[in-house]
Design a protein around this ligand. Sequence first.
Ligand code: SAM
Length: 317
Amino acid sequence: MVDYLRLSLTDRCNLNCVYCTPLEKAGFLKHDELLRHEELARAAAAFVRAGVTKIRLTGGEPLLKRNIVGLVHLLRAIPGLKELALTTNGLLLGPLAPELRAAGLDRVNISLDTLRRKTFQEITGSDGLARVWEGINASLAAGFSEVKLNAVLMKGVNSGEAPDFARLTGERPLTVRFIEFYPANARAARLKGALFTTAETKRSIEDALGPLEELPAARSDGPARVYKLPGAKGKIGFISGRSSYFCGACNRVRMDCTGRVYPCLFSPATHSLKDLLRAGAPDEALADYIRKIFLVKSNYKKDSSTAGHIEMSSLGG
Ligand code: SAM
């Protein structure tokens, strides 16, 4: 059953990550191609009417979206929406975290692949590590129901940092989640041999810090397997998109910032809501259209290990 929408708000990003930002980009989308706040909120409400209970805002970098706090207010007011979350690179989060929380954002995931300033520069092309930490600390202080760090480890780049990330969970109520590298686009495909698997990551943590305790699966974990270090305040999760196959448990669809809907991360966009929205379609017609997309998804079972080209940078992973 589909109950989770990942909503990409913009194709723009303020980082240039070695495994994500496309090698060549034709230019950013024009203003009129992007859905406006009211259109995004109507689309989101129709998804909720069709059965979605959780929405995650992503991008590009979602905090680059104009008046993101206003948009969070609009989305939070949708009846039946149980959870509103955000995935961000954290650069702009410090000053915004309290306002986003006050507007009704429940959870924040912050993408952070390294704890070292120089490696951060190498991976992202920016000297922004200190600002990301301001964002993490502001989020912990703002009282979100969960603050997660998402790390993609790559052999020969940052794979030696797994124990350092794990140590962060000892003293703070942070969840660190390791996401397996995926050769999604032409740029990522150039990083041959970069995959550092869940098994390798877990072994390197346990070699340094001792055995991890597995925690019972919670609904909010999605496809992640979650562990903790004995006595730790935080948790450690693993998402093994490359080394294991979890399409059967997938409960999500994705919509990009132009209204195109992707029933699967590895499928092309099969539908678009923009024309219906701009033609003033009634709420129930939008929800009916979305229910049809959910049916397409249930027939779309592709093995993630054989999937092709994906632009995570605009679709949001
Ligand atoms: N800008 C936001 C951020 O940095 O979180 C949201 C968009 S970003 C594309 C979402 C997530 O996709 C990030 O955590 C990033 O690490 C992940 N991602 C991008 N390309 C990836 C790849 N090739 N393999 C694994 N994860 C990837």
